[in-house]
Design a protein around this ligand. Structure first.
Ligand code: URA
Length: 232
């Protein structure tokens, strides 16, 4: 197989991107830098990119700062979907969003084709807490934090004990919930008489949003982040 195809299949970018990568001298075959994208490689060759093994991979794990105006889905009849923001080299893996953020919610959204991890992170029984930053239309009160801590009954589900942390100006709060039901944060805030004016997810379990990502930007998880998620 051609080296550029080998690397594109391995998720290192589109054919055009990997050609550029190879030209830059980042790829090596059996320890020798290879700048010829058409060089033939086989399974017995040791192909590396920037010194790291370039074996084809099965899964992709992407952290996105979801922008407002996009639906957390792979297709939708009326609105743009988050997967449209991905480069072709990632679309090839057919990743799906892990859980859902409302169309007007920003922040940490994971996308992966690893169904087992997706299930584990979204299953309420696994108790993976998600942290949101919210701007409320009214000041939060200390008694609201107690109401959140006691859990809440809704007609379609019971929210487990949740943590409400009130910032100094009291209209800004952090909310940690174990589930991720439809409009859950907004509904819990409404229960204590507040409307959410702005909502952003900042963490899933131990994984925090990389604040250097602007809305609409994304990057792959690094090994440490992936370990954190797999072990949480
Ligand atoms: N809760 C909400 O109300 N909206 C979201 O997007 C996520 C959690």
């Amino acid at each position: 197989m051609r080296l550029d195809k080998f690397l594109a299949d391995g998720g290192f970018g589109t054919r055009k991107e990997v050609k550029r990568l190879i030209k830059s001298g980042a790829a090596a075959v059996n320890g020798v830098t290879e700048k010829d994208a058409g060089r033939n490689v086989s399974g017995s060759d040791n192909v590396t990119v920037n010194g790291k093994s370039a074996v084809s991979r099965e899964f992709v794990y992407i952290m996105m700062n979801k922008p407002q105006g996009y639906v957390s889905a792979t297709e939708d009849k009326h609105y743009p979907v988050v997967t449209e923001l991905l480069d072709e080299s990632y679309k090839r893996f057919a990743p799906s969003p892990v859980g859902r953020l409302d169309i007007d919610t920003e922040g940490l959204l994971l996308l992966t084709n690893d169904g087992a991890l997706n299930h584990r992170l979204t299953s309420p029984s696994k108790n993976v807490y998600k942290t949101y930053f919210a701007m409320l239309d009214n000041e939060a009160e200390d008694k609201d934090a107690e109401t959140f801590a006691g859990g809440m009954e809704f007609k379609d589900f019971t929210a487990k004990s949740a943590r409400l942390t009130i910032c100094e100006n009291r209209r800004e709060v952090f909310i940690e919930i174990a589930e991720g039901k439809f409009h859950q944060v907004k509904r819990m805030c409404a229960r204590v008489g507040k409307n959410v004016e702005y909502l952003k997810r900042v963490a899933i379990g131990p994984l925090e949003l990389d604040e250097s990502l602007l809305p609409g930007e994304y990057r792959e998880l690094d090994e440490k982040e992936l370990e954190l998620l797999k072990n949480c």
